[in-house]
Design a protein around this ligand. Structure first.
Ligand code: ZN
Length: 419
C-alpha cells in the first residue's frame, strides 16, 4: 500500500476544522448577548468617561445606526433637533477675542457650551472610539484658554445611563464573566450598591478604577446579564435605606482591611475579616523589590536624599496589618509617607508600584529593598478572588456578601424609592 498523500492525510482534519469553525460561528450568533435582556433600572447614574481624557481630545467622532437626537444645551427646555447622519464630528472651539469663549462646535459651525446626544429610536447606542454607550452622552468643553499661557481645552464626555445598563458594562471588566454565577451575582449587588452610594454622595462616577471600570455596551456578556436579572435592583444596606459603600478589590491575601482605616472619609463600618479562599491565586503572595538605584530614585523623588537607608511601617491598619504610612529614611532626612504618596512617587520615579500594602517582611540591604507580601488592591470589602472560589465551592451570593460586609442586608430598590 502506498503512503497517503499529504492532501489525503490532512483532508479529514480540514473538514473537522471547518465544521468546528462553522459551529462556533453559529453558536456565537445564537449566544450573542442580547441588550434587550438587560433589566429596567431603578435609577440613573452619571459616568464621566475620564478614560478618554488622557488624550485631551479636541475632536470627537460619534456614530450610530439610526441618527442622532441632539439637545442643544442641558436644560429640559433646550431645543432638540434630529439628525439623520450616522456620524457626527464635534470640535472644541475657541473664540480668542477678549475675553475668550469656549464651546463645542457642530459641523455647521454653531457653537454651544454643552450638547446632549442620544441615538434616535431604539438602537445599539452611540459609538465613541472603540466603544458603544447606551443612554445619553453629554459633551462639554473643559480646560482653559489664556492669551498668555495658551490652550488646555478638550472635550469632556459624561454618560447618563440606567444603572443596570451601566452595570452591564462594569461587571465583565471588574470580574471575569467566566466567574461562578454566585460570584457574578455578589459582584452585581456590590457594584450596584457602590454606584448608588457614589451617586448619593457625589452625583458622579468615573469609568476608571477610581470608581469602577466601565466599558459601555462593548463589554456585554450573556452570563453578566443573567446575574443582573437575578439581582435586579438589589443593593446592600445596613439600615435598609442608605446604600453601603461596598468597596471591593482583587485579592485580599488572606485577610481584608478595616474600611474606616483605609478610607477615613467613608463612615461605613466595613470590618477586616479573615478570608483564606484566595490562597494559591496569582496575587495571593508576591515579592516586590527595588534595586539600590531604583530605591535611590524614589528617595530623591520624595526629597529625602539619594539613597534609601531605612524603611519601616509608621502606621498599620489594625485588622490585616496593611501599611497605612511608611517611615522613609533617606541619607539626607526622614519623614512619614502615606501609601498614596508612596505609590505616586513610585510612578514618578519610574519604579514598580506595590500591588498591595500587606507587607509581611521587609529587608533593606545596601540600599536595595525586598518585600514579601500578599494581596492586590486596597484590601477593603469583598475579595473578588475569594468570592470566585467561594462560588465555585457552592456558596450563594448572600453567603459571599455576608462574609465581607457583615451586618448588611440585601435590599431591593423599587422604581419609586429611587426617585
Ligand atoms: Zn481573598
Amino acid at each position: 500500500m502506498s503512503a497517503p498523500s499529504a492532501a489525503t492525510r490532512w483532508l479529514p482534519l480540514l473538514v473537522v476544522a471547518i465544521a468546528a469553525a462553522a459551529g462556533f460561528f453559529w453558536f456565537g450568533l445564537f449566544e450573542r448577548p442580547d441588550e434587550d435582556q438587560i433589566p429596567a433600572s431603578a435609577f440613573e447614574v452619571r459616568v464621566r468617561l475620564s478614560s478618554f481624557e488622557d488624550e485631551r481630545p479636541k475632536l470627537l467622532r460619534l456614530s450610530t445606526e439610526q441618527g442622532f437626537e441632539l439637545r442643544l444645551g442641558d436644560e429640559p427646555a433646550s431645543a432638540v433637533e434630529t439628525r439623520v447622519e450616522r456620524v457626527l464630528e464635534l470640535r472644541a472651539s475657541i473664540d480668542t477675542s477678549n475675553p475668550p469663549t469656549l464651546a463645542v462646535q457642530l459641523p455647521d459651525g454653531r457653537r454651544f457650551p454643552r450638547l446632549q446626544l442620544r441615538a434616535s429610536g431604539p438602537s445599539e447606542g452611540l459609538g465613541l472610539g472603540e466603544r458603544r454607550y447606551a443612554g445619553t452622552l453629554t459633551i462639554e468643553i473643559a480646560g482653559d484658554y489664556h492669551h498668555e499661557t495658551g490652550d488646555t481645552t478638550f472635550l469632556r464626555v459624561t454618560n447618563t445611563v440606567g444603572v443596570e445598563h451601566y452595570l452591564a458594562g462594569v461587571i465583565g471588566p471588574e470580574i471575569s464573566p467566566r466567574a461562578a454565577m454566585a460570584a457574578l451575582e455578589a459582584q452585581s449587588i456590590a457594584a450596584r450598591s457602590y454606584a448608588a452610594h457614589r451617586m448619593a454622595r457625589q452625583g458622579l462616577l468615573f469609568d476608571t478604577a477610581s470608581s469602577q471600570v466601565y466599558q459601555g455596551l462593548s463589554a456585554l456578556d450573556r452570563r453578566v446579564i443573567t446575574a443582573l436579572r437575578r439581582t435586579k435592583g438589589e443593593i446592600l444596606s445596613m439600615d435598609g435605606e442608605k446604600p453601603l459603600a461596598t468597596f471591593y478589590h482583587s485579592t485580599c491575601g488572606g485577610h481584608t482591611a478595616k474600611g474606616a482605616e483605609i478610607f477615613p472619609t467613608e463612615a461605613d463600618p466595613i470590618p477586616g475579616v479573615a478570608s483564606p479562599d484566595c490562597e494559591g491565586t496569582a496575587h495571593y503572595r508576591w515579592s516586590y523589590s527595588l534595586s539600590k538605584e531604583q530605591a535611590g530614585k524614589l528617595v530623591e523623588t520624595l526629597g529625602l536624599g539619594t539613597r534609601l537607608v531605612g524603611l519601616q511601617a509608621e502606621k498599620r491598619e489594625s485588622a490585616s496589618g496593611r501599611w497605612i504610612s511608611l517611615l522613609v529614611r533617606g541619607d539626607l532626612t526622614e519623614r512619614a509617607v502615606g501609601v498614596r504618596e508612596w505609590k505616586i512617587a513610585c510612578s514618578n520615579a519610574g519604579v514598580a508600584v506595590p500591588k498591595d500594602m500587606l507587607w509581611h517582611d521587609v529587608s533593606l540591604v545596601d540600599g536595595a529593598l525586598a518585600v514579601n507580601g500578599g494581596g492586590f488592591g486596597h484590601g477593603v470589602g469583598m475579595c473578588q478572588m475569594c468570592a470566585r472560589r467561594m462560588g465555585e465551592r457552592g456558596a450563594s451570593a448572600e453567603e459571599i456578601l455576608a462574609r465581607f460586609y457583615p451586618g448588611a442586608r440585601v435590599h431591593e430598590l423599587s422604581q419609586e424609592s429611587a426617585r
